[in-house]
Design a protein around this ligand. Sequence first.
Ligand SMILES: [Ca+2]
Ligand SMILES: [Ca+2]
Ligand SMILES: [Ca+2]
Length: 402
Amino acid sequence: MICMYLNLTKNIKLLLTMLWSFGTLIFVLALVWPISYGFFHDREETTQFSYENGTLVFDHSLNEFSPLLTPDIDATGQLIIKNIGSLPFKYSINFLNATSTGQLCAALNVALFQDNQMIYAGQIADLSITPLTLDATANKVFDWQVQLSDTDPILQNQTCEFSLIVKAWQETQASYGANMFSDEKILMSQVISGSWQPNIVLNEVLPNPEGDDNQDGLLGEWVELYNNDDSDYDLTDWYVLDSAGNKKIISDTTTLNNQTVIGAKGGGNEWLVLFMNAAILNNSGDLVYLFDNHNNLIDSLFFGNSSTDSDDISDNTPGITNGDGPEEPGNEGKSFARIPDGVGPWIDPVPTPGGPNLMALENNDQTETALSEIPNEALPLLSTTAIEQDFCPATEVGEILP
Ligand SMILES: [Ca+2]
Ligand SMILES: [Ca+2]
Ligand SMILES: [Ca+2]
């Protein structure tokens, strides 16, 4: 019995000794073990979201851009970064990805402003903002401005969806990385383009030039276009059709001065002359349609008789006796033109290819005739937009397409 007591006491002492040693070891380890931190990492994919992990966290707001983007109207948006944590942080904003119908994303020029100072200008795909700093509980508002870099109507009615990634990290660290307090969010938004058409019109037509109509360049038939817009346009592959479906395409070999770009209104280069280089436009009257390079009808004109050849008013080779005699001089060499350029009614002044339309040469008294004084009955049988509906419904246009 005594022996058992002694053994129990000995075992208890041994157990206490082991506990003491283990406790001492834990205490010593606690003294020399490095201080450790808990790291928090947060990542969400949202359009707007609020989340808090305790110390380093931000909220954001990125709205959709508005209004609908056109060559003349910029779209704007706003990005707000809010520090809702207890620590100041550094952060960066970078492009992540984009998808668009057509080529809209690639045609966007993006500018980003911070406190009215531009901090980025370029394509959305190149957006990269170097680390900025935001104090605890502070907000930062960024203003976006988006413009179209191209006026091509093919960019109409498209959507560009894009994502940005915003990373925030401890202010004490140079850059974002592992093993630190951080927050990361993906922001999504979109830019939508509206509708527009270049305000380009048929401005002057010479269906019956002096002499043989079957001549090239300015000696033959031609059609002049006018640009009512404040932007330049490259009209390569735009074309005109007549009522028989004859097609003349704009290129650097078919225009006056090899011009394919029509300048902005008021710049002195807002006219473009397309040569027919053949007897195409009927001197008895004809239709002229203007199409863009995507087969959209832009403008049309019906003009009346431009010949005085009483026996064959459709004769394109005046001077050749045809029945009762040659074509008489008169309307030959006179064009049909809008006065004022681009917007006015159609009359039949002297030809002015590539320049402002004139009622008559300056030594002619008609030059001084105010438009308002021109009696309606003096106007030839011409039509403008109002008559386009009668003469150029879409189905009829389709029927004459070559
Ligand atoms: Ca002629
Ligand atoms: Ca002709
Ligand atoms: Ca002209």
